[in-house]
Design a protein around this ligand. Structure first.
Ligand code: NDP
Length: 338
């Protein structure tokens, strides 16, 4: 059975990665795209070989689609996801799922009630590097995990210096953009959940309107592991990385907080140093493959709706901490969607 996809949002991420990832599936087809502007919908459809461009959500949902991929600005995800779920469509939604974890929980509840698949497009847990680290930790290769460090401060490309740095109401800012990914990747690699976070944020000149363009977070996990993460839009030369240090060894991953299947992972123990080998499958293609399998009833999306609630609850807590100057408890059940 072919999965017929409708794109909600004529976005950069769909054009750069997700349309190709859908088409990389033997059973995936993009049948329509929706933009708020009819002109942009048609131009985008033409440029990307998509049969239909529409400007009303009802038209997209009525275009014979089985699943939708939502990659509009963040304030629109909730309403669009709920409408798609109500129409019986499976939903792969970009992060953050919504502007609050309470709203994200509404999406999860609606998808569960409707019996459709809801996934969060946290691409990083699909990277071979992160899966190799998770497996090494789970296999006890670093002994008992003690601490982690995430280096995820980048330079926001000029073509993306729009709503992320100017529109708080659209969910701009580095915390909703990048800290959510770090939350998800830490949870995935460590196989653990964060319980508390303390954050400092800054605005060094790129972001306006009260938005932050840099953040440093300190995390505590259920197991007692502590972590630090650095997210930024303004550092051109920082590079990215992910380290986990345990009682018997350390993992050093370099150039792995990225959209491409690149980077390296070094394991250092008493026995010496070993480069871990891992597959180089496209991150988004793997995400789509897992999503298609979940539609067939085989397993779950690589990041579920619940995972999206977790990452948003963590980002929310980071923003509260930055504002209050106090450590904040992370509890995805807070702000229940009741
Ligand atoms: P874009 O800014 O490219 O697109 C977002 C929206 O902006 C589009 O839906 C579109 O509205 C509007 N837009 C785009 N281009 C134009 C234009 N030239 N003129 C006017 N409006 C325009 O966003 P991104 O692709 O960077 O991000 C979209 C979502 O995906 C966000 O939720 C983001 O957090 C997430 N994301 C996730 C990534 C991941 O790897 N998981 C990576 C990057 C982003 P309309 O649809 O109405 O035309």
């Amino acid at each position: 059975m072919t999965v017929r996809w409708g794109l909600i949002g004529a976005s950069t991420i769909a054009r750069q990665f997700v349309i190709n990832a859908i088409r990389a599936q033997g059973d995936g087809e993009v049948v329509a795209v929706m933009s708020s502007s009819p002109e942009r919908a048609n131009t985008y459809a033409g440029e990307n070989g998509i049969p239909r461009g529409v400007s009303a959500l009802a038209d997209l949902l009525g275009a014979g689609v089985d699943a939708v991929y939502i990659s509009t600005t963040n304030e629109l995800h909730l309403e669009q996801a709920l409408a798609a779920i109500e129409a019986g469509k499976h939903v792969l939604c970009e992060k953050p799922l919504a502007l609050t974890s309470a709203d994200a929980r509404k999406m999860v509840a609606a998808a569960n009630a409707a019996g459709v698949v809801l996934g969060t497009n946290h691409h990083l847990r699909n990277a071979g590097a992160h899966r190799a680290m998770r497996e090494a930790i789970a296999a006890g290769r670093i002994g008992k995990p003690i601490a982690a460090r995430v280096f995820h401060s980048v330079f926001l490309p000029e073509n993306l210096q729009g709503w992320r740095i100017s529109r708080p109401e659209a969910g701009g800012g580095v915390v909703l953009d990048i800290t959510v990914h770090d939350a998800d990747t830490l949870r995935f690699v460590l196989g653990d959940d964060p319980v508390e976070i303390s954050a400092f944020t800054q605005s060094v000149g790129m972001a306006g309107s009260g938005l932050e363009d840099g953040a440093m977070c300190i995390w505590r996990f259920k197991s007692g592991v502590i972590a630090q993460s650095h997210e930024g839009f303004t550092t051109k030369f920082a590079g990215t990385g992910f380290e986990v240090h345990g009682s018997e060894g350390s993992l050093f991953a370099t150039n792995v907080m990225t959209q491409k299947p690149v980077g390296s992972v070094l394991l250092r123990t008493g026995a010496g140093e070993e480069e871990l080998s891992f597959d180089r499958e496209d991150l988004y293609a793997r995400s789509l493959r897992q999503f298609h399998a979940a539609i067939r009833g085989e397993g779950r999306p690589s990041a579920t709706g619940e995972d999206g609630v977790w990452s948003l609850a963590a980002a929310e807590a980071a923003l509260q901490s930055a504002k209050s100057g106090k450590a904040v408890t992370i509890d995805p059940k807070l702000g229940s969607a009741a």
